[in-house]
Design a protein around this ligand. Structure first.
Ligand code: GDP
Length: 175
């Protein structure tokens, strides 16, 4: 009986502090949402196997510290990343504007990341929204990346965003 080798990829989540990166990972990995999740300090590494079009893919997910004083330790986070979720918070316009900086920091540390997905998180807070859906869509389209609005709170689109990233990675690596 032939044993299929499991594909394994490192992915990272980049975006300002408190946009919901840790909550998205928690939701994706364990299906849970912790309301008072502590501000991310340092690195958390998670893993999860997902079937993408019947192929098991193991994600090793690195959670980036979004705070400015951690900037000097960030290069290791980017090393070897096959894909990234660029995450902003739909209730704070500044977090969308920051994505260009996150992206250039990532590119200067990795040279190339084969797959990107843009994520507008906290779409459950519609009454506090500062960024229209179309603006996120346009931003992602300019990068040639898929776009999702998600809610780590309700679980909306969280799995879809990670699976789209996996598809993008596999397409890039095994065209
Ligand atoms: P990180 O710093 O980007 O990792 O952000 P966290 O995951 O620590 O989340 C920051 C805060 O936003 C926490 O209080 C979370 O409970 C809250 N949060 C995260 N995602 C959502 C979401 O989709 N909806 C709502 N309403 N709150 C969220």
């Amino acid at each position: 009986m032939s044993k299929t080798k499991e594909l394994m990829y490192k992915i990272i989540l980049a975006g300002d502090g408190a946009v919901g990166k840790t909550s998205l990972i928690e939701r994706f990995v364990s299906g849970k949402f912790e309301k008072d999740y502590k501000m991310t300090l340092g690195t958390n590494i998670f893993s999860k196997v997902v079937n993408v079009d019947s192929v098991p893919v193991k994600f090793v997910i690195w959670d980036l510290a979004g705070q400015p004083h951690f900037k000097h330790v960030r290069s290791g986070f980017y090393l070897g990343a096959a894909g990234a979720l660029l995450v902003y918070d739909v209730t704070r316009r500044s977090t969308l504007e920051s994505l260009n900086n996150w992206r250039s920091e990532m590119l200067s540390n990795t040279g190339n990341v084969s797959a990107l997905v843009v994520v507008g998180n906290k779409c459950d807070l519609d009454d506090m929204r500062e960024v229209r859906v179309k603006e996120g869509q346009d931003y992602a389209q300019n990068l040639g990346a898929p776009f999702f609005e998600t809610s780590a709170k309700d679980g909306d689109n969280v799995e879809s965003a990670f699976v789209a990233l996996a598809r993008g990675i596999i397409k890039g690596k095994h065209p």
